[in-house]
Design a protein around this ligand. Structure first.
Ligand SMILES: Cc1ncc(COP(=O)(O)O)c(C=O)c1O
Length: 386
């Protein structure tokens, strides 16, 4: 069969994920480990495939947010240390422990519940005590309460004190002094934990913190966005030696000739300023191409950019090809990724949406099949000097 095989596809190069992990692991201070964060189906890239690639690329831990995610990964990776980072309702806690996942706690009542659940299953659950050093989300804010909780967990022979951790609110803002404040607050407690409980795994850094400050590496870093070759600072991933792993592709299903004033799509939000041609692509917001891209994106066809014109609908978008186009139905179209000498980064699409790359890839819907390929690829590019 020749021509396109699918209306839309997300092609994920797990070779890129592996190389991104090698690059991130290479930069770690003092033998810190790399934990690959593959929650939300690997940020839309496919959790199992990306976890496998990350482990091949020297990650040694996997982290997720939800118990069901932990259960799925445990089936595939029976021996790999696994951390469920999110809040767990009671039935979810049972599922996470059944999956032999480490879990987060930050309140005495949670620790008690985890201990009781563990006793039922005959295991000693491994817990990571979470300090809210300034994120204002999960975790205990009060340093004294954290110290008491650490002693409670360490002194409870139904539990294993496995980790002490925090999460940064502004690691991706390079001029943020708040990042340093959080790091200082956390470090003060780390010194105490390390003296009293050597062997406890200390971790704090996401991708941005990993790239910006080796002091934040501690015993392990938890990288999500970076392993997929997305830039945590919303610029060019290549500046950090990272390769985007995902391409979002469709094709030109039809080419129509428009006269001046003819309109494309719902609400007639674009009208041809002069005679031109319009290509129709069978991909829309039902696939995760957000409506905010209406008259506000480029698509690569025949190796060059064409403006997305008219309203993004559920199943289709339209692009202007110009009066003299040579583009024919069946031509490959790239919404995120490279074609010819040009490329459209996920970060570009995110900027147009006033969003972030995380939301763009997580938003690619289940209707879009993920096709995993494995390039051997070039050597990991050296990061450009800042
Ligand atoms: C607690 C926690 N740690 C680590 C990460 C990974 O962050 P990033 O994708 O920015 O590397 C996340 C993701 O949001 C998270 O919630």
């Amino acid at each position: 069969m020749s021509g396109p095989e699918r209306r839309a596809v997300a092609v994920v190069d797990v070779g890129s994920v592996r190389r991104n992990c090698v690059r991130l692991a290479d930069g770690l201070a003092g033998g810190a480990r790399l934990c690959a964060v593959v929650k939300a189906d690997g940020y839309g890239h496919g959790a199992v495939e990306c976890a496998r690639a990350a482990l091949a690329g020297s990650a040694s831990w996997i982290a997720v947010a939800a118990a069901a995610e932990a259960a799925e990964l445990r089936d595939e990776f029976p021996q790999t240390p696994l951390l469920t980072m999110g809040a767990l309702a009671e039935p979810e806690l049972a599922l996470a422990l059944e999956a032999e996942s480490d879990v987060a706690v930050w309140k005495p009542q949670q620790a008690e519940l985890v201990a009781a659940r563990g006793l039922e299953s005959g295991a000693s659950p491994r817990v990571h005590v979470k300090y809210d050093s300034g994120m204002g989300r999960l975790g205990e804010r009060d340093a004294d309460a954290i110290r008491r909780l650490i002693e409670m967990v360490a002194g409870d022979d139904r539990l294993e004190l496995a980790g002490f951790w925090t999460h940064f609110a502004t690691a991706d803002e390079l001029d943020s002094a708040f990042f340093d404040r959080q790091l200082d607050r956390f470090t003060a407690l780390v010194d105490l934990v390390r003296t009293e409980h050597p062997g406890v795994l200390v971790h704090a850094a996401n991708s941005a913190a990993t790239l910006r400050d080796p002091v934040a590496h501690f015993d392990m870093v938890r990288c999500g966005v970076g392993i997929y070759g997305l830039d945590p600072f919303q610029g060019d991933p290549g500046d950090h030696g990272l390769e985007p792993a995902l391409e979002l592709r469709s094709y030109v299903a039809d080419v129509k000739r428009f006269g001046e004033g003819d309109s494309a799509g719902y609400g007639r939000r674009w009208r041809a300023p002069a005679t031109t041609c319009v290509g129709v692509l069978p991909i829309g917001y039902g696939d995760g191409v957000r409506r905010g891209l209406t008259n506000n994106a480029d698509v690569l066809v025949d190796g060059r950019r064409h403006p997305l014109v008219g309203t993004v609908s559920m199943d289709n978008v339209t692009i202007e090809l110009g009066a003299e186009t040579a583009v024919e139905p069946g031509a490959a179209a790239v919404l995120i990724g490279a074609q010819g000498d040009d490329r459209i980064l996920c970060e570009e699409m995110a900027r147009r949406l006033d969003s972030i790359n995380y939301e763009v890839t997580c938003g690619i819907s289940q209707r879009v099949p993920r096709v995993h390929v494995r390039s051997e690829g070039p050597a990991v590019p050296a990061p450009r000097s800042e």
